[in-house]
Design a binder for this molecule. Structure first.
Ligand code: CA
Length: 227
């Protein structure tokens, strides 16, 4: 079964290009011309991914994103014009998974779609299986992490970070690997952000079990030691 993709875009020429490239990459493509039509089709088709233009007649892409997010976890790739930077940030905040600025190369679009769908297959959103280590227990389906008997009070990003480290317990993850797995393609900052987040998670674990569990491997990255 090919993955089903819904394209919500009011410009015919862009619709046609997107459809042509995605179909030749093996996807099943459906088109909507307006936000309302897009929402209706998303409900009936249950696509794997929605490609959503920001500027649409009637209900705009931001509102469509918000409404889609109320109803499902479908992946959303937003299309924006260069001048719409503020809206793009708003779109990501509202729950879009990635964005592409117009004009874009159709090949780039296909590459982004493949990356997003691969992320899904690689288990992000996080897999359901529980991780059990001597001091840590992580339940991805409930987004809960315990250090000893203490339920850790983690933000979503801190949780994802801890999950990735625990999933690779005993192995070093570089900052680049951590950024790719935790922040994905939506990442804009420097890799110092990893140090900041690791510091926070470490502190919370240490408060719970008296040891931080996460080790710095100087010049390389971080490793979770829990054995
Ligand atoms: Ca448009």
């Amino acid at each position: 079964m090919p993955d089903r993709i819904l394209v919500v875009e009011d410009e015919r020429a862009i619709q046609t290009v997107i459809r042509t490239y995605l179909e030749s990459a093996g996807y099943e493509v459906h088109l909507a011309m307006s936000g309302q039509e897009g929402l209706d089709l998303a409900r009936t088709l249950a696509p794997a991914l929605v490609i959503l233009d920001l500027m649409l007649p009637g209900m705009d892409g931001l509102e469509v994103t918000a409404r889609l997010r109320d109803e499902s976890d479908v992946y959303i790739l937003m299309l924006t014009a260069r001048s719409e930077e503020m809206d793009r940030v708003a779109g990501l905040r509202m729950g879009a998974d990635d964005y592409l600025t117009k004009p874009f190369s159709p090949r780039e679009l296909v590459a982004r779609v493949e990356a997003i769908l691969r992320r899904r297959r690689n288990g992000s959103p996080l897999p359901a299986a529980e991780l059990q280590l001597p001091h840590l227990r992580i339940a991805p389906d409930r987004v809960e992490a315990y250090a000893g008997d203490t339920l850790l009070d983690l933000t979503t990003t801190e949780f994802k970070l801890l999950f990735e480290l625990a999933d690779n317990a005993g192995r070093v993850l570089t900052r680049e690997q951590i950024i790719e797995r935790v922040w994905g393609d939506d990442f804009y900052g420097t890799d110092r952000i990893v140090d900041v987040y690791v510091g926070q998670v470490r502190r919370k674990i240490e408060e719970a079990v008296g040891t931080p569990l996460i080790q710095t491997v100087r010049g390389v990255g971080y490793k979770l030691i829990d054995a």
